[in-house]
Design a protein around this ligand. Structure first.
Ligand SMILES: NC(=O)c1ccc[n+]([C@@H]2O[C@H](COP(=O)([O-])OP(=O)(O)OC[C@H]3O[C@@H](n4cnc5c(N)ncnc54)[C@H](O)[C@@H]3O)[C@@H](O)[C@H]2O)c1
Length: 443
């Protein structure tokens, strides 16, 4: 059988259509718009597992790319009837056609036409679901952290590498323009040798407590056993269901939620992926509301290239948030908390000991793009670039901006910090065996 007469699978078909589009780029836009070339067959068919708060945002983002990237949400899956019905109605309003709605992910994965799947369940099920989705031959966009149990994160990464599916991990700042420009500054060597990075992200309030759905959910409208996924059976607990970020067995809290974003940017900017060692401390000091995970947390991580990262969060005080990359020639300051697009480079000269006014004499420049004014100090989680990058990569079969290797690395850093916090001991990364160990690794 000649190659050309072999049956083409959906993946080949989608990538060939992309080549056809690229080849026709010389034709005037009006003569050949994207929609006219691409028919219903090569529209990317999306499925979605777990559509709560973040899932609703992901659907909104995808809908804004439906024309530019020719995608449609054709199937939604949520264990809880209320969120499943909401997601079906919202996506019908986006695409003018109701998606198929199922309770269990196996039913969604059995749909042959579904090319790619969003996974935005709570973090204890990210890696297990990523593995199942991959083994069903689907591409995936999986929320961060990629996982929080080492054996599960490894298994999902290995499945993706073996299955050659295209997986984007939901650390979206990797695809945003300002972090991309800041990445270039660090990579250019403009900061000189960087020996210390400080991340301080604060918030005042009982974060992650008080979800409205806790009062609304009834056990008979969901499937509690499936929600627990790999965890042991226990009575139905609506607080755990929606406030999972506060409970140790399901989430590490601050590391899984926030440090995953911050440390992922460090790995990318510094091109150094696994901490050598980590130590962490903290506690429940601000909100005595039954939470298990810390509301005040600090981790120190040492990296092989020779720098120390301090990560610090308080939920009891909203003092200004920032990230600082401290080099011998300059400091890169990201002013604001997670995702802030405001970056400034400040020349490193003199010392405060010699000159108390040295700060006023150091040259400081904001990183600005395309003549834009000073960007804000915060953004929402609705940027489009990361999802667009995944759709592009689903067609080209190239690796996206946040690969499973990157997701594995941020998960390792967060798991090391959490393990140190709970054990009260310094922990080390053994890259040869990919394990977290309690003695320094030599050689
Ligand atoms: N990238 C970002 O900036 C960002 C922002 C917010 C949240 N997140 C991530 O999103 C994840 C979800 O957070 P959330 O606040 O949206 O949670 P949520 O509780 O609001 O939503 C989770 C949904 O998943 C459903 N679900 C759980 N297990 C399921 C399963 N096995 N099959 C089908 N449905 C299932 C639940 O019924 C619920 O509707 C978190 O892990 C978080 O880290 C990422």
């Amino acid at each position: 059988m000649s190659k050309s007469s072999e049956p083409m699978n959906r993946r080949d078909f989608l990538s060939k259509s992309a080549a056809a589009i690229a080849g026709s780029a010389v034709l005037p836009h009006t003569a050949l718009s994207y929609e006219k070339i691409v028919g219903a067959n090569d529209r990317i068919s999306l499925g979605h597992i777990g559509i709560g708060n973040r899932g609703t945002e992901l659907d909104q983002i995808a809908s804004q790319l439906k024309t530019s990237h020719n995608v449609e949400m054709t199937a939604v899956c949520d264990l809880w009837k209320v969120n499943r019905d909401k997601a079906a109605a919202t996506n019908e309003s986006y695409y003018g056609r109701a998606p198929r709605a199922v309770q269990h992910l196996e039913d969604l994965l059995a749909m042959k036409d579904v090319d790619g799947v969003f996974i935005s369940t709570p973090e204890h099920s990210h890696s297990p679901i990523l593995k199942i989705v991959t083994e069903a031959g689907k591409d995936a966009y999986v929320e961060k952290p990629m996982g929080n149990v080492l054996s599960e994160v490894k298994a999902s990464r290995d499945a993706v590498l073996q299955g050659k599916t295209i997986v984007q991990v939901g650390t979206q700042h990797r695809s945003e323009p300002y972090p991309t420009a800041a990445h270039e500054v660090v990579q250019s060597g403009a900061l000189g040798d960087v020996s210390k990075i400080e991340i301080v992200w604060n918030y005042h309030g009982p974060r992650w407590r008080g979800r409205e759905e806790v009062k609304e959910i009834r056990e008979q409208d969901t499937d509690w056993t499936k929600w627990l996924m790999t965890k042991s059976a226990r009575p139905f607990d609506p607080q755990l269901y929606f406030e999972f970020r506060l409970y140790k067995e399901f989430s590490s809290g601050i590391p899984d939620q926030w440090m995953s974003h911050g440390i992922d940017l460090v790995h990318w900017f510094m091109n150094d992926n696994f901490p050598k060692s980590a130590v962490a401390h903290g506690g429940v000091f601000a909100w005595h509301d039954g939470r298990e995970n810390a509301d005040t947390f600090e981790a120190l991580l040492e990296y092989p290239k020779g720098f120390l990262v301090s990560y610090s969060t308080s939920f009891g005080n909203d003092a200004p948030s920032f990230t600082r990359y401290m080099g011998k020639k300059a400091t890169l300051i990201n002013i604001g908390g997670e995702g802030s697009p405001r970056y400034q480079v400040i020349q490193e000269k003199g010392t405060h000991e010699e000159d108390a006014d040295i700060d006023t004499k150091r040259e400081a420049k904001y990183i600005l793009l395309h003549g834009e004014k000073l960007p804000p100090m915060s953004i929402d989680d609705l940027s489009l670039e990361h999802m667009g990058n995944w759709f592009d990569c689903m067609r080209s079969r190239k690796q996206p901006n946040a690969t499973v290797q990157n997701g594995f690395a941020h998960s390792v850093a967060c798991m090391m910090a959490a393990q140190s916090y709970w054990s009260g001991k310094k922990v080390f990364w053994d890259s040869a065996t990919e394990t977290i160990v309690d003695t320094p690794v030599t050689g």
